[in-house]
Ligand binder design. Structure first.
Ligand SMILES: Nc1ncnc2c1ncn2[C@@H]1O[C@H](COP(=O)(O)OP(=O)(O)OP(=O)(O)O)[C@@H](O)[C@H]1O
Length: 363
C-alpha cells in the first residue's frame, strides 16, 4: 500500500505537485495519468525518496522510503531505463544492485530470465536498444521480489510482443496481490491494463476512480440506430419520448436509454434496423475531456506545424474537445500525446534553442 497525503513540490515559481492525496491499493493495477508536465515523474520521484517534498508525506507500507531496510525488497521501480552504468554488463548491473540491497545472487539470474535478457546478460548495457534497456530496468524493479512495483512509461520502446509481455507481467503481479502503480501516455494500452486510475493535471488531483467509472463520468454514451425507414424511426422514437439526433452518416444518435429498450421499441413497430449499436467513448477521449483545461503544451495541427497554413479541423477527430483552445483546431497531431513531429516538438525546439543561446551567453 502506498499512501500519499498533501504531497506538494515547488521548484522556485513552479508548483509541480499541488497537495496530492491518494492511496495505491494492492491486488490491482493503478494507472497514473496526466498530460505532459502534470507532475507524474516528480510525484514518483518523491515516492522513492529521490526528491524531497515541499510539504506532505508518502508512506510505503506505513513507512517513509528512507526508513525501509533494503528498500528494493519492498518497492521496485522503473523510472528512467537509461539510468544505469553503460560500461557494466546487464548481469553486473543487477548484481551490484542485489549486493547493495541484501538480495541473493540467484535473483539476478531469475530477473534476467523473467525479462528475456539471459542470452545478452554478459553484454554491456550501453550497447542495448531502447527496448532492451527498458527490459533491464524492469529486471531491476523485479530483483528484490518486492510487494510494490512502480513503472514510469514501462512500454516505452518495447515492440508489440514486448508490450504484450509487460501487460501480462503487470497483471500477473497484481493477481499475486502486489501493488502495481504505472504511468503511461499510451491510452489504448492503459485501457487494457489498469483497473483503477489516478489522474492529475498541473500538479492537482483530477480523478481517483475505477477505469469504468472514469470513462462513464467523462464521456458521453449513446446508442446509434440506422433504418431504411429513417423518418419513421425518428417518429417512433419521438412518440416514446426519445430525442434522436442525426449523425453525419444517416444514423440517429439517442442518449439516455439502453440499446435493448430501443431494439424492443423498433421491433414493436415492425421497423427494420440496419444498425443498433451502443457507443462508449474510449479512455483517450475521456482523458482528453477531463484534462483539456490542464494541458500545458498545446499542439498545432497542419502538415508544416505552427508556421505552415492552418489546417481545417479533422472531421475524423474524436467528438470530445481534443484541443481546448478555440484558436487551435483539433487535427491529427492535436492533444497531449502529440510527439515532437507536431507543434509540441516545435515549442520544445524553440525552448531548446533559447536555452542554448542563454548558455552560450553565460560562457
Ligand atoms: N528539477 C526540476 N527543476 C525545475 N522544474 C522541474 C524539475 N522537475 C520537474 N520540473 C517541472 O515540474 C513540472 C512537472 O514535471 P514532471 O516531469 O513531473 O511532469 P510529468 O507529468 O512527468 O511530465 P511528462 O508526462 O512530460 O513526463 C514541469 O513543469 C517541469 O518542468
Amino acid at each position: 500500500m502506498i499512501e500519499i497525503e498533501g504531497l506538494t513540490k515547488r521548484y522556485g515559481e513552479k508548483l509541480a505537485v499541488d497537495r496530492l492525496t491518494f492511496s495505491v491499493r494492492p491486488g490491482i493495477i493503478t494507472g497514473f495519468l496526466g498530460p505532459n508536465g502534470a507532475g507524474k515523474s516528480t510525484t514518483m520521484r518523491m515516492m522513492l525518496g529521490l526528491d524531497n517534498p515541499t510539504a506532505g508525506t508518502v508512506r510505503i507500507d506505513g513507512k517513509h522510503y528512507r526508513q525501509l531496510k533494503d528498500p528494493l525488497t519492498y518497492l521496485g521501480a522503473l523510472l528512467d531505463a537509461k539510468a544505469m552504468h553503460g560500461g557494466r554488463s546487464a548481469y553486473h548491473h543487477l548484481l551490484c544492485l542485489a549486493q547493495s540491497n541484501g538480495i541473493p545472487r540467484a535473483r539476478v539470474h531469475q530477473a534476467l530470465d523473467t525479462v528475456g535478457l539471459t542470452a545478452v546478460a554478459k553484454k554491456r548495457a550501453k550497447g542495448f536498444s531502447l527496448g532492451m534497456g527498458q527490459r533491464l530496468g524492469i529486471a531491476a524493479a523485479l530483483l528484490g521480489d518486492p510487494r510494490i512495483l512502480m513503472f514510469d512509461e514501462p512500454v516505452n520502446g518495447l515492440d508489440p510482443e514486448g508490450i504484450h509481455w509487460i501487460r501480462n507481467l503487470m497483471k500477473g503481479l497484481a493477481a499475486q496481490g502486489r501493488t502495481v502503480f504505472v504511468s503511461s501516455h499510451l491510452m489504448s494500452e492503459m485501457a487494457l491494463t489498469a483497473d483503477h486510475l489516478v489522474v492529475i493535471g498541473q500538479g492537482r488531483l483530477l480523478a481517483d476512480t475505477s477505469m469504468a467509472e472514469f470513462i462513464r463520468r467523462n464521456s458521453r454514451s449513446y446508442v446509434r440506430m440506422r433504418s431504411p425507414e429513417h423518418e419513421r424511426l425518428r417518429d417512433v422514437l419521438a412518440a416514446a419520448g426519445h430525442t434522436a439526433v442525426p449523425a453525419k452518416d444517416g444514423a440517429w444518435e439517442i442518449d439516455g436509454v439502453g440499446a435493448d429498450r430501443l431494439g424492443e421499441l423498433a421491433a414493436g413497430h415492425g421497423l427494420v434496423l440496419h444498425e443498433l449499436s451502443p457507443q462508449q467513448a474510449s479512455l483517450e477521449e475521456a482523458f482528453m475531456q477531463l484534462t483539456a483545461e490542464s494541458v500545458e503544451y498545446h499542439a498545432h495541427s497542419g502538415p508544416s506545424g505552427p508556421s505552415g497554413p492552418t489546417a481545417p479541423a479533422d472531421p475524423a477527430a474524436p467528438a470530445a474537445p481534443a484541443a481546448p483552445a478555440a484558436s487551435e483546431p483539433a487535427g491529427p497531431g492535436a492533444g497531449p500525446q502529440a510527439g515532437p513531429a507536431g507543434g509540441w516538438g516545435a515549442d520544445w525546439r524553440r525552448k531548446n534553442r533559447k536555452n542554448r543561446k542563454n548558455r552560450k551567453k553565460g560562457r
